[in-house]
Design a protein around this ligand. Structure first.
Ligand code: AMP
Length: 406
């Protein structure tokens, strides 16, 4: 069976690594990356165009919003992902907020505005902090939390076009992802991302600096509530196929939707694939064919952790072309290194993007999984490297008696 993965980041490497372990599966990726090339075949855009895969799985949001699923289905190809209409849940924040409101799905109170002048009037109705969001895709960078009027004014200078203004919610964030087939939904294990560039959730937002996957993040009761109040109504209303990712705030009033993504998270996919015990291929095939009913995914009991190593300066300007050393040593020490922004240069592997590597490990306890990931990180070097030192720390606090939503 030939499976084509669209994309070439850390999420796609983790997916390729997992799918390549399934018997009888050959993995292809477009465009792929040097890490993916170790477990499959990378295709140029030209070769990918006419490629007859038995199944295609789409990594990033941009091709989904652009209608790749409609085009592939039009060619009679099996593909996991939402059609262009359902991808609007991520493609437009205004579409998503209106959908949530009309469907009575819990989310922050909000208004939508057409321009900065309307925004100034609308701001009078909100307290501080207040959240301003650009309408379209912004790679995680279109959201500003303003702590007072002057910060809100400054945000209006940077965010262009239509905006969502919404109330600030307090609580802990959880990434809840479900595989859907247009009718049914199978939840993946819960994960937590770390969005800001520096420790203790400080500094600007990034695409994600690390994530961990641990069943203890949510109780069974919380999982059922999320499925019943958020996931199932959304799948039913939009006939959602693919990965529905609800970014949730666990508030004292229960889970509320911060945002929808219409694909797997990056870096959440790295610890998810590391922990998944089931063969993932039958579930993906079932999702593409509307046959998910009765499918379950099994997870290893051990938590998993992914620490992202970035180029210095990211999410701002950064240099590329820095030689990367120590991946083999990190893997010999027990970590799995997923590649994102890498390329092969004249002297071997070098940096080629902001997020470079996702160093991932699993262990009997969350504390040991964290230590395993950082032991891998310490073996790796490239000039200017940066990483957070506190990935998974919130999860450790959970074992000291604190639960999400309190
Ligand atoms: P989004 O892309 O909408 O998920 O926003 C990016 C990040 O901004 C989220 O992961 C949260 O950390 C933060 N954020 C967004 N909306 C809110 C909100 N209403 N209240 C508090 N934090 C928020």
């Amino acid at each position: 069976m030939k499976i084509l993965i669209i994309g070439g980041g850390g999420r796609e490497h983790a997916l390729a690594w997992k799918l390549a372990q399934s018997p009888g599966v050959e993995v292809f990726a477009a465009p792929g990356n040097p890490g993916i090339a170790q477990v499959g075949t990378c295709l140029s855009a030209d070769r990918a165009e006419g490629f007859q895969a038995d199944l295609t799985v789409v990594g990033p949001e941009a091709p989904l919003v652009d209608g790749i699923v409609d085009r592939y289905r039009g060619r009679g190809l099996a593909i996991v992902g939402p059609d262009r209409a359902a991808a609007q849940l991520e493609g437009s924040k205004i579409f998503a907020k209106n959908f949530l409101q009309q469907s009575h799905i819990p989310t922050a109170g909000f208004v939508t505005v057409e321009n900065a002048e309307d925004a100034r009037k609308a701001l009078d109705r909100f307290g501080y902090p207040v959240v301003l969001k650009a309408d379209g895709l912004a790679a995680g960078k279109g959201v500003i939390i303003a702590h007072d009027r002057s910060e809100a004014e400054a945000a209006l200078g940077t965010l262009k076009g239509r905006l969502v203004i919404e109330e600030f919610m307090r609580g802990e964030e959880v990434s809840f992802i479900a595989l859907c087939d247009g009718r049914d939904a199978v939840p993946l294990a819960p994960t937590q991302d770390h969005k800001t560039v520096f420790d203790d959730d400080t500094g600007p937002n990034t695409g994600g600096m690390g994530a961990y996957c641990d069943s203890a993040i949510l109780s069974e009761r919380q999982t059922s509530e999320i499925l019943d109040r958020i996931i199932y109504p959304t799948v039913e209303a939009t006939k959602f196929c693919g990965f529905l990712y609800a970014g949730l705030m666990m508030t004292t009033e229960g889970p509320k939707v911060l945002e929808f993504n219409v694909r797997l998270g990056d870096p959440e996919t790295q610890p998810l694939m590391h922990r998944m015990a089931s063969d993932f291929v039958p579930a993906l095939v079932a999702a593409a064919h509307g046959e998910l009913r009765g499918v379950r995914l099994e997870w290893r009991p051990e938590p998993s952790v992914c620490v992202v190593m970035t180029s210095g300066g990211y999410p701002g300007a950064f240099e590329t072309g820095k030689s990367i050393r120590g991946i083999e040593a990190a893997e010999a020490a027990g970590a799995t290194v997923f590649q994102a922004g890498t390329r092969v240069g004249s002297e071997g592997l070098e940096t080629a993007g902001g997020r470079v590597l996702g160093v991932t490990a699993r262990a009997a306890s969350l504390a040991d999984a964290i230590e395993g990931a950082y032991a891998g990180v310490r073996k790796i070097h490239f000039d200017g490297q940066h990483y957070r030192h506190d990935i998974g720390r919130k999860g450790l606090e959970r074992y000291n008696g604190r639960t999400v939503g309190t």
